[in-house]
Design a binder for this molecule. Sequence first.
Ligand SMILES: Nc1nc2c(c(=O)[nH]1)N[C@H]1C(S)=C(S)[C@@H](COP(=O)(O)O)O[C@H]1N2
Ligand SMILES: [Mo]
Length: 384
Amino acid sequence: MISRRDVLFYLAAGGVAVRFAPRELFAQAPPRQLYGKDKLIIRSVRPPDFETPVSLLNAFITPNDAFYVRSHMPIPQVDAASWTLKVGGEVNSPLTLSVDEIRKLPATTVTVTLECAGNGRAFFQPSVAGIQWEKGAVSTARFTGARMADVLKKAGVKSGGINVEMHAADRPPGTMPAFVRQVPMAKAMHPDTLVAYAMNGEPIPLVHGAPLRAIVPGWEGAYAIKWLNALNVIAKDSDSFWVATGYRYPTRRVAPGAAVDAKDLAPLTGLIVKSLITTPSDGSTHAVGKVQVGGFAWAGEDDIKAVDVSLDNGATWQPARLTGEQARYAWRRFEFELNAQRPESYLILSRATDSRGRMQPAVSQWNPSGYLWNQYDSVRIDVK
Ligand SMILES: Nc1nc2c(c(=O)[nH]1)N[C@H]1C(S)=C(S)[C@@H](COP(=O)(O)O)O[C@H]1N2
Ligand SMILES: [Mo]
């Protein structure tokens, strides 16, 4: 049974489209705020911005109904049967493909840890504007779809095409610009970059971009365009606000709180090295003896080489065990047995190192938009 409060929530989260058929629109994967025991954390109701609590991130694959949600504008009205993807711009033969036609292309499944560039923004000092994500604007799923390369090759990219602009069906309220992003041709043509239609073996749920979304593995979440309805090959850089101004990061280290000139900002691409302790939970109490520490570490397009744990505020580090599934763009499980011999407070720190030699820093680099928070993760427990 859904309560009146749930219905009001639906209306607020989905906007006009939701008002007509709330159940149908969320049917494939109702967010756990409405139905589950554990709840997603609501950062914004309209548009829907839901953070996954760390307690729901303790598994390699995040269930669809626990996967974080980041939307800049209300969810569009979607009819998969009549949905089309237009492919145009610098191509020999512009195309309009139905979802069925996309499904007929060779299917690829890629396991991807998707993370919002702003995950952890709440921890930056001085604080920065934007959704105040803490630790859970990150999740992992298996996405299935056609290769973006196969779609582009069908249309025939002209030699001058250097970027692929991705357009979506969500319409911004007021003066906000439409969510248009671009991906450079080499990444668009990479065999792991997808026009996806399935998520963990189910049709992509509405809040996650049904019926089609881009998957640009290893890159920050804003490349994964939901409700994808056009690929436009261009011979220049897109002048979309979300390319020209948004998702930019300083090219040199800046002082916390400093104003940064536009010429010193460059587009974000790949995610950086990071770890998250998913168990034990912060603030939990344990008996003297063994405490199993576990979590995940990821580094965008790069592999995790090591995760180390410190129990003395970073003075010394001990290796954690890397375990479980290994997939190129997905996080890797780490485990560590803490032998808590004395009743005291333990601060557990985790620090990941990737195959390129990048290591999580003790202090995240502040930047004006609060992107790429990645300093050591920490959890404090009480042993009695
Ligand atoms: N059309 C559209 N696609 C979008 C967005 C959006 O607002 N509109 N948000 C992006 C951002 S910032 C992120 S982090 C991911 C989040 O995907 P999810 O909601 O499935 O977790 O979607 C991306 N794709
Ligand atoms: Mo994002």
